[in-house]
Design a protein around this ligand. Structure first.
Ligand SMILES: Cc1cc2nc3c(=O)[nH]c(=O)nc-3n(C[C@H](O)[C@H](O)[C@H](O)COP(=O)(O)O)c2cc1C
Length: 141
């Protein structure tokens, strides 16, 4: 079972989530690769895994980060039919609208979301730490 985790993070919160998710998935026995979206070579390379977990915080006004992550999502959008994805990200003052929109968008593109999309307010701490690890274990299962 191979999992690619690909994320964008401006101030480290979504990165912290990504690392906890990696820990949870690895502890569940998955082979996990973790990369910032800027390091992804191609859409095909990004999707070359059994499950692809994508992380991006709420930016702009309830949208994905626009200079790197949004173009990446556009690049995979035509290729995710039947693909197993899992979405996560950190947010600040909103109610998670960006994640609801992003989840619906990926399902409309034909992706199968293998876990309920995970949102964490700012830095993962307290029970959010375990939620991220559990999310990693769940997508590895
Ligand atoms: C430019 C900018 C726009 C943001 N827009 C939103 C927003 O629309 N809704 C929200 O809930 N949080 C918003 N936030 C807060 C971030 O989502 C939040 O701080 C998050 O933890 C950042 O994650 P990161 O550390 O991975 O970059 C915004 C932050 C910045 C810097």
């Amino acid at each position: 079972m191979k999992i690619n985790i690909i994320y964008w993070s401006g101030t480290g919160n979504t990165q912290a989530m990504a690392e906890l998710i990696r820990d949870g998935a690895a502890a569940a026995g998955a082979e996990v690769s973790l990369a910032e979206v800027s390091a992804v070579a191609s859409a095909d390379a990004a999707l070359d895994a059994d499950v692809v977990a994508l992380g991006c915080p709420s930016m702009g006004a309830e949208v994905l980060e626009e200079s790197e992550f949004e173009p990446f999502v556009v690049s995979i959008e035509g290729k995710v039919g039947g693909k197993k994805l899992a979405l996560f990200g950190s947010y600040g003052w909103g109610d998670g609208e960006w994640m609801r929109d992003w989840s619906a968008r990926m399902e409309k593109a034909g992706a199968v979301l293998v876990a309920e999309s995970l949102i964490v307010n700012e830095t993962p701490e307290g029970e959010a730490v375990q939620q991220c690890k559990n999310f990693g274990a769940a997508i590895a299962g």
